[in-house]
Design a protein around this ligand. Structure first.
Ligand code: NDP
Length: 419
């Protein structure tokens, strides 16, 4: 029987992707030989640069979203995350995969007007100038309008008796849009200050991207969820119960959401996006009704487990670091993703797949069984195993009663004696 993808050696995996026409020979050569950023490129990216810092990249397999099957590059240092994502994708595929959509893709920014003397009067003046202000915003970054995007609306929110937020909604097309929007906001702010003597405190985009939400759903036949002593129906009920607890208890909800972000962040990084922007927006969204809750929810409906996740995901397909980090373009080609909208959908689906796999493990065997089996590799390396010792040491650890560093070191010493 031919080996499974995860059983292959690294270069064999790359060759397998080429033979399945998922990777071009040119990108295969890149993945085979890539060792990270050059020092020169790193120096162009940040200040006071000293060196580069590499992270592993792996592939989540066969994630079906809106009927298309994706191979999703993931960048993470945590063992078991990529395996779990592939496992969640496999379970979701039993029900035909995930369905994802995003009603709009607008980035919002704020001009904060602080200590306004007469809020009502200033609000009326700004509202009367809305069209002019939108034109000023567009003139500050004209190429966006030429691409079919640009400033769409201006709204005012009173934050306190004397504080106002002027919110600008911009269609940023294929970019994440932070820099573009900030340029537009500063131009509008200057106008507000010059023409209306508005007391501008600051202008910046909001990472609470509620106009860039993506929703993903999955429907899994419960029969496919059977595990150990539990029937599929029991596992489905237990997952639904775990989801309910994540709605009730912030202590559980944070960890529930960390599991989702294991997938989301790893893909956000692989596609050269700003994970801090996505993290901050996601957690704010989780607390949108005043209590922090699980971002996803699972329910059992007859013989189907139905899951749903909604996230603000203002990721970019161009701009930012996407052209500066050399692995991003090969990753876009490997995933066969060609727009920011598609990227939003795939990342959200990956988050829900990750969540499904984590919940299933938690409510059946517990997280440690699968996790520690993969953690054994990290333990072996930490204990000082050489590359040719890692395999036999991990095999020996499978039979150990305790999986800790001391045991690993003892087993490594024993292994060396037999060689
Ligand atoms: P860029 O400043 O790189 O702007 C996008 C670039 O993409 C522009 O140069 C634009 O060209 C080009 N482009 C090419 N094709 C398209 C297209 N189809 N649609 C849109 N743009 C296109 O990046 P962003 O404005 O997206 O800003 C993202 C960066 O900002 C990230 O690195 C982020 O970390 C950072 N940032 C984040 C903040 C936050 O989250 N709070 C705050 C400040 C910065 P052209 O110039 O011709 O329009």
């Amino acid at each position: 029987m031919s080996k499974k993808f995860y059983q292959l050696k690294r270069l064999q995996r790359i060759a397998a992707l080429v033979s399945h026409k998922l990777l071009t020979p040119r990108d295969a050569a890149f993945f085979a030989n890539h060792t990270g950023l050059t020092q020169e490129r790193a120096d162009q990216l940040v200040e006071n640069q000293l060196t580069t810092f590499a992270l592993p990249e792996g592939l989540a397999r066969h994630l079906i979203v809106n009927g298309k099957t994706y191979q999703v590059p993931m960048v993470t240092e945590e063992p078991s995350v990529i395996a779990a994502a592939s496992n969640g994708a496999r379970l979701a595929a039993l029900g035909g995969g995930f369905t994802a959509s995003q009603p709009q893709r607008i980035l919002t920014g704020q001009i904060i007007l602080a200590q306004v003397t007469d809020v009502a009067a200033l609000t009326a003046k700004i509202t009367a100038q809305e069209n002019d202000l939108l034109q000023i915003a567009n003139a500050a970054h004209p190429s966006l309008q030429q691409r079919g995007g640009g400033a769409r609306w201006l709204r005012l929110r009173q934050l306190s008796e004397h504080d106002l937020s002027v919110d600008l909604g911009v269609d940023v097309q294929q970019a994440m849009g932070a820099n573009m929007l900030n340029t537009m906001l500063e131009a509008v702010a200057q106008q507000l200050q010059d023409r209306l003597a508005a007391p501008v405190l600051m202008s910046i985009l909001s990472n609470y991207a509620t106009a860039s939400l993506v929703t993903v759903t999955g429907a899994i036949p419960v029969a496919g969820l059977a595990s150990g002593q539990f029937t599929g129906a029991e596992v489905a009920q237990r997952i639904a119960a775990a989801s309910r607890i994540a709605q009730l208890d912030p202590y559980r909800a944070v960890t529930h959401n960390k599991g989702i972000m294991n997938g989301v962040d790893a893909a956000v990084l692989a596609f050269g996006n700003d994970f801090r922007a996505i993290e901050s927006g996601a957690h704010a969204y989780a607390a949108r009704d005043g209590q922090y809750r699980g971002l996803s929810q699972w329910q059992v409906d007859a013989a189907t487990l139905r899951g749903q996740l909604t996230l603000p995901l203002p990721v970019g397909f161009v701009g930012g670091a996407t052209k500066l980090l050399p692995a991003v373009l090969p990753n876009q080609r490997l995933a066969a993703i060609s727009s920011a909208e598609e990227l939003m959908q795939v990342i959200a689906a990956l988050g829900l797949a990750q969540n499904l796999a984590a919940l299933k493990a938690l409510v059946t065997t517990g997280i440690q069984q699968g996790h520690m089996a993969l953690q054994a590799k990290s333990l072996a390396v930490t204990a000082g195993a050489q590359p040719d010792e890692v395999g036999p040491l991990v095999a020996a650890l499978k039979h150990a009663s305790t999986l800790d560093l001391e045991t690993t070191k003892k087993l490594l010493a024993a292994l060396r004696q037999t060689r």
